[in-house]
Design a protein around this ligand. Structure first.
Ligand SMILES: CC(C)(COP(=O)(O)OP(=O)(O)OC[C@H]1O[C@@H](n2cnc3c(N)ncnc32)[C@H](O)[C@@H]1OP(=O)(O)O)[C@@H](O)C(=O)NCCC(=O)NCCS
Length: 196
């Protein structure tokens, strides 16, 4: 497996990335990219200079997953969006390699922070359907993963749970903010780790 830049001229790559986006989000976020057409539109935006797209590909040039980032706060911070691994290739280290490779690239930009918003639209954590006001941060401290919510994946990549927007996606459907410092070089352990 190797990490390459998302190449929008490479139609085969773009099509595979679009398919993965639809399939990876289908179970828990069916409204995110319900069609290939919408997924292609998301990919096309990566032509913009304030975006970085990376793909994980195997020896047969098959895309296993891809990650995007959007420059925010005048380049001091980057928003990780989106991250999708082919459902049949998940839990094999692909997501980890994509995040650590993105961090490696962003370190060169002198950005200080990488953050990601992780929706809970589908009762994946105990925060769903919980009254988060008037103490949203107290509730956030007690977060528990109920059904494969990716916040735990991000914790393992060194992110911290940093905030929450209660009812972001409608009543009882919060959006959870996670962030990490990228002001220091990624540790050799993280950079050198290969997919299993
Ligand atoms: C979340 C996602 C990107 C993770 O990718 P992945 O390739 O399966 O993750 P990895 O194999 O690199 O996992 C790294 C670690 O995180 C853990 N992990 C992965 N997904 C997890 C989840 N949903 N819940 C809890 N832990 C998880 C793995 O078990 C592994 O743990 P380990 O280091 O102790 O072995 C992938 O499941 C995916 O595409 N999901 C659907 C789309 C999505 O939710 N994207 C993120 C939106 S913010």
């Amino acid at each position: 497996m190797q990490i390459t830049l998302l190449d929008l001229e490479n139609t085969a790559m773009v099509e595979q990335c679009a398919r993965i986006l639809v399939q990876a989000f289908k179970v828990h976020h069916p409204l995110a990219w319900p069609t290939l057409a919408l997924a292609r539109e998301e990919l096309a935006v990566f032509a913009s200079e304030d975006r970085i797209g990376l793909t994980a590909v195997n020896e047969e040039s098959q895309v296993l997953g891809w990650i995007g980032a959007i420059g925010q706060y005048h380049g001091h911070s980057w928003e990780l969006h989106p991250l999708a691994v082919d459902p049949v290739k998940q839990r094999q280290g692909v997501g980890h390699l994509l995040v650590s490779s993105l961090e490696q690239r962003l370190y060169a930009t002198k950005a200080s922070t990488l953050y990601v918003m992780t929706d809970d639209e589908n009762n994946q954590t105990n925060l769903a359907d919980l009254a988060l006001y008037p103490e949203p941060l107290e509730q956030l401290k007690q977060i528990v993963n109920i059904n494969q919510h990716p916040f735990e994946f991000y914790l393992k990549q060194g992110f911290y749970v940093s905030g929450v927007i209660p009812d972001a996606n409608g009543p009882g459907k919060p959006d959870i903010l996670m962030s990490k410092s990228i002001a220091r070089p990624p540790s050799p352990e993280i950079v050198g780790l290969q997919a299993h």
